[in-house]
Design a protein around this ligand. Structure first.
Ligand code: NAG
Ligand code: NAG
Ligand code: NAG
Ligand code: NAG
Ligand code: NAG
Length: 437
């Protein structure tokens, strides 16, 4: 008797725990959408064709969109047709891995959210099968979540940013620590630029070359490190002076440094931070209740106009690609195309003549008062003699030139030249490789 009731309890215990750990999504909350049918007719960013899917929480909606035929991205769109403004893409599932017609986006009863090609092959998934998911939702801040029965997030789209941070979204060390630009408006594969949260700074990179970084005096202590950065509002004493900002948390310190972008306007909670395909960083804000011009560009990091309020605006010359493959830049303008025979007028065609590997086949020509885009934010090496700096570049086939500061005896090797900034200081020298013949 005692043993049979025990086995009965064991049975319920085992069955019960099995049931709980494999909680299922109720049939009414599962879905399976097929990428087929008519395209939507409203304007959206990148000028794609799109098919809107039912999951929708104003002003966010999931869609399939394509900029080239039969290559679809599953993206989250921000904007409503009521505002008659272009809708923007603020999250994407399958960066650089498009799906075709009849692809499916589904939430199975096991709790896995998956994007699959028409033949069933998975293109992207949340890997949340049998992890107690009971439902999917788009929250009002644009975070998409899979929740368990206690309301906890088993998965959230805020943990997989691509090039955009929505309001309240974070980067963190040991988690999603970077944004990566898209290659171009028509190509959503990874571009050349990234914004990376590192223990001691927030850096902007072109490939592996640093072209901007934050500086916080708060992290100048050995045991203090950045932990996370959240795009939110920095409040001040006066409401009209709230800022859209990245706010940082530190380890071993209660300081909370921030990067203030610009004064908030309209609904600050419908703002986003974007690393553009041009490497620029911008903040946009959305007004939900207007009939036109819902979007405002609030902040541009590399800008022609230097805003009074923004504390961190940089000249556009600091953008690696501002003058294309090669060019001299001054006050945000491309003002010259350097050559061994002097500086000529700049055009998009301005380029360097590639030197051969053999040291006897090339020489260097000098430019005075010029910096490479890496010089401002990286220390280079040194002190070294200019001769040694040059010899390092000469021995390195991939080196296209070197930059040398005579006042500090510091050396920078450049593997790509791109935009050179005129600094009007003759202690800053550039030496560009050029074929002898
Ligand atoms: C998509 O599926 C439908 C049937 O559901 C089929 O008629 C159509 O040809 C398919 N389209 C493509 C491009 O495979
Ligand atoms: C989830 O659980 C079901 C039922 O036990 C099992 O068939 C399936 O393989 C599991 N899936 C994963 C990904 O663990
Ligand atoms: C950021 O880090 C702080 C300190 O460790 C922590 O309290 C906070 O929850 C973190 N925020 C996010 C969004 O990760
Ligand atoms: C905007 O519209 C929504 C829904 O119609 C409404 O709830 C909200 O109060 C409006 N906001 C403003 C600032 O008018
Ligand atoms: C050139 O740079 C050095 C070192 O930064 C500085 O001391 C000097 O004043 C600068 N000269 C000019 C003309 O700007």
């Amino acid at each position: 008797m005692a043993s049979s009731s025990l086995s009965l309890i064991c049975f319920f215990f085992i069955f019960g725990s099995f049931y709980i750990s494999n909680a299922v999504v109720p049939p009414s909350d599962t879905f399976r959408y097929v990428n087929q049918g008519d395209f939507g007719i409203y304007d959206s960013e990148y000028d794609p064709n799109y098919r809107a899917l039912p999951p929708f929480t104003t002003p966010f909606q999931l869609c399939f969109y394509n900029t080239t035929p039969n290559a679809y991205t599953l993206g989250l769109r921000m904007g409503t047709r009521r505002t008659r403004s272009v809708m923007r893409w603020v999250w994407e599932a399958n960066r650089g891995n498009p799906v075709g017609e009849n692809a499916t986006f589904s939430l199975g009863s096991d709790g896995n959210l998956a994007l699959a090609h028409a033949d069933g092959q998975i293109a992207w998934q949340t890997n949340t099968a049998n992890k107690s998911v009971v439902g999917f939702a788009i929250l009002s801040n644009g975070n998409m979540v899979l929740r368990d029965s206690k309301g906890r997030f088993v998965w959230q789209s805020f943990d997989s940013p691509s090039d955009t941070l929505l309001f309240g979204q974070s980067l963190r060390i040991g988690g999603p620590a970077k944004l990566v630009s898209r290659a171009s408006t028509t190509d959503n594969s990874n571009g050349m630029y990234s914004m990376v949260l590192e223990p001691k700074r927030l850096g902007l990179y072109y490939k592996s070359m640093l072209y901007w970084s934050s500086s916080f005096t708060e992290v100048n202590k050995p045991n203090v490190k950045l932990v996370n950065a959240t795009f939110e509002v920095q409040e001040t004493e006066y409401e009209e002076n709230y800022f859209n900002a990245l706010r940082f948390h530190l380890s071993n310190s209660d300081d909370q440094p921030n990067l203030n972008f610009d004064i908030t306007r309209y609904s600050s909670t419908l703002s986003y931070l974007r690393l553009g395909s041009d490497g620029n960083l911008r903040v946009y804000s959305y007004r939900a209740n207007v009939t036109g011009n819902a979007w405002s560009l609030l902040f541009t990091l590399f800008d022609r106009r230097v805003s009074e309020r923004a504390e961190i605006v940089e000249d556009k010359c600091q953008l690696p690609d501002n003058c294309g493959k090669f060019g001299l830049c001054e006050d945000s303008q491309c003002v010259g195309c350097p050559s061994p025979n002097g500086v000529f007028a700049w055009s998009k065609a301005c380029n360097v003549k590639m030197a051969d590997c053999n040291p006897s086949s090339f020489r260097y020509y000098q430019l005075k008062g010029v910096d490479h885009f890496t010089v401002k934010y990286s220390p280079g090496t040194g002190p070294v003699k200019q001769r040694d700096c040059e010899s390092k570049c000469t021995k390195d086939c991939k080196c296209m030139g070197y930059f040398y500061r005579t006042d500090q005896s510091r050396c920078w090797i450049a593997y790509e030249l791109k935009t050179l900034t005129r600094v009007g200081n003759s202690t800053h020298l550039a030496y560009i490789k050029t074929p002898v013949r």
